[in-house]
Design a binder for this molecule. Structure first.
Ligand code: G4F
Length: 329
């Protein structure tokens, strides 16, 4: 019998790569999306449009326990990947309430629904390197203490401990993936990497003249989302549930990303980039660098795409996308 996978956030960057990956592995793939997404596929479901005929989507919301409970009850999955969240850190300062509500209660709802309806189901929680915040050591590993710097980070720490608690209290096969930043051509435009590569493409094609950015000194360990979904799956294929850091082991500043992206397109970034203090965050995470030794040793996982390749992939993709959009009819 085919294994059944249930994904929250299936319409997001990671959800879309994970759904493709699991389909290739022969899984039946189920996901939840908001009802409005089903009514406007081009706008909301563009990342999974090409696989819509191979997956099953249910309308449900992480803000409604009843909808999560009913859906998990219908699907009775073998594996549950809880990726859905309000994941934009900057926005979490503007609307703490929605972020904490969707991310903390949402995680609790999924865990509880799985425990009640499918207690043998293996559960993955998308924790985050944002939990390390004001880092206590570098590089960060599974033993590094947390010091979150945003409501988003706080919500992920709560989800992390909730997941551990379900493992310990109810014997649920529950794992935390502490993923460092992971990007791709499917990244949302609000995140800095995509904002940069989209601007580079627009400037290259003479559709724009300027890119406004906040803190360019922040450093991140940026990997490719397509690689990270494999680590998520591997965690659920182990004999015992555990928590793992998923990262590339390299860190680069936002400025380096900018330089590399403009350079690759043959442009001088200094002519186009403007610093906008309004884009600075009330509290910043200055440096993230992950030590993925445990994932390497226990899961046999390592990143395929590194910084240079990631920048090129994203710039190329945005240039091609905009060229197609601008092509005369
Ligand atoms: O791309 P970002 O918005 O990602 P951030 O805050 O690191 O969070 C991402 O990674 C986390 C994993 O650590 C995930 F959990 C989370 O869901 C998300 O995927 O910002 C990266 C850095 C920040 O330091 C920010 O201050 O870029 C800096 N930055 C500078 N100018 C900017 C901008 N970020 C954005 N989004 N927009 C700017 O104009």
């Amino acid at each position: 019998m085919k294994k059944r996978a249930f994904i929250t956030g299936i319409d997001g960057q990671d959800g879309s790569y994970l759904a493709e990956f699991l389909l290739k592995k022969g899984y039946e793939v189920y996901g939840i999306v908001r009802r409005i997404a089903l009514e406007d596929i081009d706008h909301h479901l563009w990342r999974i449009k090409h696989i819509l005929n191979k997956i099953t989507l249910y309308p449900a919301s992480l803000e409604s326990y009843a909808s999560i409970f009913n859906t998990v009850g219908k699907v009775r999955p073998d594996e549950c990947y809880h990726l859905g969240a309000q994941s934009f850190v900057s926005y979490s300062f503007e609307d703490e309430f929605s972020t904490l509500n969707a991310n903390i209660n949402g995680t609790h709802f999924v865990l509880s629904a799985v425990k009640e309806n499918a207690p043998k189901c293996k559960f993955y929680f998308a924790a985050s390197s944002e939990m390390f915040g004001k880092v206590k050591e570098t590089p960060q590993n599974e033993d590094t203490p947390f010091h979150p710097r945003s409501p988003y980070g706080v919500s992920k720490v709560a989800g992390f401990y909730m997941t551990q608690n379900y493992r310990e209290a109810y014997n649920l096969f529950a794992c935390n993936g502490v993923c460092f930043n992971h990007e791709s051509p499917r990244r949302g435009f609000e995140f800095v990497t995509r904002k940069i590569t989209n601007a580079v493409a627009k400037i290259k094609l003479k559709l724009d003249k300027e890119l406004r950015l906040g803190n360019m000194d922040a450093k991140r360990d940026w990997g490719f989302a397509g690689d990270y979904v494999k680590a998520m799956w591997l965690m659920l294929q182990q004999d015992v549930p555990d928590d793992y850091v998923v990262a590339t082991g390299e860190t680069h500043s936002v400025r380096e990303f900018v330089e590399r992206a403009f350079d690759y397109a043959g442009l001088d970034w200094k002519k186009y980039v403007v610093i906008d203090k309004k884009l600075y965050r009330p509290a910043e995470v200055n440096l993230l660098l992950g030590d993925f030794s445990k994932a390497k040793n226990k899961l046999g996982w390592k990143p395929g795409v590194k910084f240079e390749g990631l920048v090129k992939m994203m710039v190329d993709s945005d240039i091609q996308r905009l060229k197609k959009l601008c092509r005369p009819l």
